[in-house]
Ligand binder design. Sequence first.
Ligand code: PSV
Ligand code: MN
Length: 433
Amino acid sequence: MARAVLDPQWLAEHNALLRPALEQDYEALARQLARRGLDAEALVARAQRFAVAIPSWGVGTGGTRFGRFPQPGEPRDLQEKLEDCAVVQQLVRVTPTVSLHVPWDRPADPARVRRDATELGLAFDAMNSNTFEDHTAGERSYKFGSLTHVDAAVREQAIALNVECIELGQALGSAALTVWIGDGGNFPGQIHLRHAFDRYLDSLRKIAAKLPSDWRMFLEHKLCEPAFYSTVNQDWGTSYAAASAVGPQCSCLVDLGHHAPNVNIELIVARLIQLGKLGGFHFNDSKYGDDDLDSGSIKPFQLFLIFHELVSAEVEQVKGFAPAYLLDQSHNVTDPLESLMSSANEVQRAFVKALLVDRARLAECQARNDALLALTTLKDAYETDVRPLLGMARLRSGGAIDPVGAYRASGWRALCADRRPASRRGSAGGIVG
Ligand code: PSV
Ligand code: MN
């Protein structure tokens, strides 16, 4: 039995206040769904089995290159980050794993960190390697690239960090490595576009050679930033070509914020599923670029359409389909734990709504080219208010009916402000940039 960070008795009392209204709403929704041939109980069970990983870098306040506005009680080390992740998981019950970034969260004693995490009811998801900034004096600089650098010694150093991530991950019980590099150029002519890509493939193959047989390796593409003219792994086509060249253990990771404005991300998802190379997601939302905003805050319909593709693949039992779900956001103006809870809820909501799609009716519409009724079929699912299903799923899993409300009432942030004095605060930062 995992150690609960917040008092379970207190949580039960908080839920008891909300339970009568939830039950009424749930019964009304269950009747409506039954008329549509859908079983509310089965949907709750599916919602309970849903999971999305928390990024260790997401529990600290993020920032932009113009500044960061930290808040009281931020976690100062990995142990405190895990404690915050456990609070999120206790309340939402769909975030049982944590994704670590190395060296931001390099565990000095992985066996001990694993024990601590297990005690808190957590496990480890994909490992992330950071070769997009310099870490310690004396190291070779990544200013002009890492896995694609013109200097072989820099490439070797970046490869070594990825291999270290694999080794740490093995000790932690992880089974995946996500590789995102900031490599690229700010000026035409700065890098040889083809040769840089050759070096990328060469380095990736060296990393892949060190993967245990049951591990997966995800390549994350990004349109721009920090390189603003050309990026080595710029788009899903490049990512697909690289993952195919590296081999069967390697696939593509789609970060929702890493595309040109208006790109049809659900179409990219469908293509990667079809090509057998959809490795996973970094969920977030964006308006202008890689804004790293909270999932579902700007384009919830897009998130639903992505999950429609994912659920379709599941229903059609596409071979090898098992994408990893992770959040990757920068919480600059909110309490990071509230953003993580609300984002996990949004992603779970999109999944549950996608389960409601009348696929037989959609197939009929497509067969007779009925565009309007096809859209209406999707909208019928999307517009259904599934909050009672999600609340019931959380309640039955031992979480909070209203996670953010419970979190605020728990006083966890104020307690942390006391326990974690700012003067000793070290690795609180989230994404800056
Ligand atoms: C890069 O923008 C990214 O999306 C990558 O996933 C990084 O690992 C993460 O953000 C943190 O900076
Ligand atoms: Mn990402």
